[in-house]
Design a protein around this ligand. Sequence first.
Ligand SMILES: [Zn+2]
Ligand SMILES: [Zn+2]
Length: 239
Amino acid sequence: MQAAILIEPGKIEIQEAPTPSPRKGEVLVRILEAGICGTDYACYMGNLSTTYPIIPGHEAVGEIADLGEGVEGVRVGERVTIQPNFPCTTCPVCRGGRENVCPNKVRLGLDVDGVFAQYICVPRPYVWSLPDGLPVSEAALAEPLCVALHAFRKSPSAPNERVLVYGAGIIGLLLVRLAVLPKTRVAAVDIAEQRLAIAKELGADTIYPSFSKLEKDAGSFSILYDTSGVADAFSNILK
Ligand SMILES: [Zn+2]
Ligand SMILES: [Zn+2]
């Protein structure tokens, strides 16, 4: 198969690599489309702990190409998305129901080869069947959508409430889209005009091109989603 191999920070090449074959309990997925995440960029720049060479990427939609021994509940040809962190399932954190923050989790595209390849093997519990008719490019957004959805479920908004999305990257834009559903009044702040234009298209009623423009209104929001990763986001807004 062909794969994008990150040989060292700043050096990525398309190369031939052995096509993996599924072991017991694994599913072989033929990748149809993959998303490029900020994590992949950080990995490319050498700013994340990983070992080189590695095939990066963790956001993907694919089609099941083969099943390892003992796999049940999915069939060859079915379209799936991939849950990219594999928790250990046995540590106290996992046993407490918080597998998403398992300290021993295996991260796809960082600890093991990821989805920027034609094929990948994934343990059965981490492939999720997709509904028929969902376009491939939209299905490739399932993982970032889950991130946004998790935040939204933790702090759901009510009609007429004012919500601020701080950072209109992909997660922020997905949160704008989710937060407008209950007729919330959503505002977004970002320094990139293009992103703010999309936030508006998705239903944000107010956009702020910088924090200083937002400052006078900062007290009027009852929910803040920080999707910027900027260190001073919270101190800026919680004055
Ligand atoms: Zn991601
Ligand atoms: Zn664990």
